[in-house]
Design a protein around this ligand. Structure first.
Ligand code: RAT
Ligand code: ZN
Length: 412
């Protein structure tokens, strides 16, 4: 009889060796030039670390924001790595990356690290990171409303097939009135008061962008107060434009639920918070629209159990990822175990949400380690119940969880 240690090693080996399709990141195809962030300074000014550093320094927010990126990185390095032990998940992530590249941050200083990253040519750097993180594909977040990104689409970009597009539409759904003038300027005949003409025009807008960028799915992040059915612009637009669009194009609608934007605006992107979502809204969406498929992740720990139970009721609902504030080892372990125990392997346990290329290395090595542990525990239980698990079965399951299930879900 194989020992549980043997099983844990087998699972860990297979999880490490299986390439992942990363279904949601904020990385860009290299054709988008400087929008693809990489290197030590971008790693350090990651907004997860910015918010942690403000707890450890008395630098006024305005002074921090008026500093150069290098100066900001110096401040963060000093506050979080030099003056205190970098034990938080986001801090440890930087160290995992440096370690994977064979760099020793304790011996070198930031200058030496900067020099090393400056020597990485973009194409080689991407190859190297994708190989280290064992990533086979990268899902981007593509917003027509992003003034830095849109010019690249307007000019036409030669696409890198390793990066796939996802259409992100937050302003359309959460700030309709402010978005109307922009849509009208682009030639879509929409009106603040909505109505059939606006619904048709929003669908035309979504269809144009879906084709233009080759989006695989359409995505929004929603505040805790999101309600459905409801007499709101958000609910109306979802029902009359987004869901019909997704049906027309055979695509899932991805909902990221529970973000409270700008809880502390002085922290800029680091100032967003979270709250519990009302998942009866999601239940009503799934029940009322059986012809749609929903990819869903929730930001609050409290929403996770309800999400999993809902997924048992609706096969059109695919939970994914341990998002943002739940992307910490303890919560990943809890959420992944709960999902395995209630859904088997029919979900996508993680996405990286990487904003900096190098983060793929740590986000995936940390998550893989936990996924392997959670899976090994379930397989150990199976073996104890008289079901020996083969390598082929483990490989099948892991492939499914690292992107295979998502691909099938998208295909419908
Ligand atoms: O995790 C993050 O980086 C957040 O800032 C958000 O971008 C979030 O992932 C989102 O997609 O809204
Ligand atoms: Zn994201």
């Amino acid at each position: 009889m194989p020992s549980p240690t043997g099983l844990i090693d087998r699972v860990a080996r297979i999880v490490a060796a299986t390439p992942v399709l990363d279904i949601h990141t904020h990385l860009y195809d290299p054709s988008f030039g400087s929008l693809l962030l990489r290197g030590i300074d971008d790693l350090l000014v990651y907004h997860y670390l910015v918010s942690e550093s403000f707890r450890r320094s008395d630098v006024p927010e305005e002074r921090f924001w008026s500093a150069t990126k290098t100066e900001q990185a110096d401040l963060i390095w000093d506050a979080l790595f030099v003056r205190h032990s970098p034990v938080s998940e986001a801090c440890r992530g930087v160290l995992t990356v440096l370690d994977a590249f064979g760099l020793s941050p304790k011996q070198g200083d930031l200058k030496a690290l900067r020099q090393w990253f400056a020597g990485q040519k973009p194409a080689d750097h991407i190859e190297r990171v994708m190989a280290l993180a064992n990533v086979r594909g990268i899902g981007m977040t593509n917003s027509p409303f992003d003034d830095e990104e849109r010019p690249f689409w307007d000019a036409g970009v030669a696409r890198d097939p390793r990066f796939f597009a996802a259409l992100r539409i937050d302003p359309l759904l959460v700030a309709w009135k402010q978005t109307v003038p922009q849509l009208r300027a682009w030639g879509y005949d929409v009106a603040p008061g909505l109505g059939q003409r606006s619904a048709d025009e929003v669908r035309r807008f979504l269809a144009d962008w879906t084709r233009r960028i080759g989006a695989r799915y359409c995505m929004v992040s929603l505040p805790p107060g999101f309600a459905y059915p409801a007499d709101t612009e958000t609910a109306w637009l979802i029902e009359h434009a987004v869901l019909p669009h997704c049906r027309d194009h055979g695509q899932p609608f991805a909902l990221m639920m529970g973000v409270k934007r700008a809880v502390n605006p002085a922290l800029r992107m680091a100032g967003d918070g979270m709250g519990r979502s009302d998942l009866s809204a999601l239940q009503a969406l799934c029940a009322a629209h059986p012809g749609n498929r929903f990819l869903v992740t929730c930001l609050s720990r409290e929403s996770q159990h309800e999400l999993v139970v809902l997924a048992r009721k609706f096969r059109t609902l695919h939970p994914f990822g341990c998002w943002w504030f739940t992307n910490t080892p303890q919560l990943i372990e809890e959420i992944t175990t709960m999902r395995l125990e209630l859904l088997g392997t029919s979900f996508t346990p993680q996405h990286s949400d990487a904003r900096v290329l190098d983060q793929l290395v740590y986000k995936w090595s940390h998550s893989r380690e936990i996924l392997a542990r959670c899976l090994a525990e379930r397989y150990t239980a199976l073996e104890a119940s008289g079901w020996p698990v083969t390598d082929a079965e483990i490989q099948r399951d892991v492939y499914e969880m690292l992107g295979g299930a998502f691909e099938r879900f998208c295909a419908g």
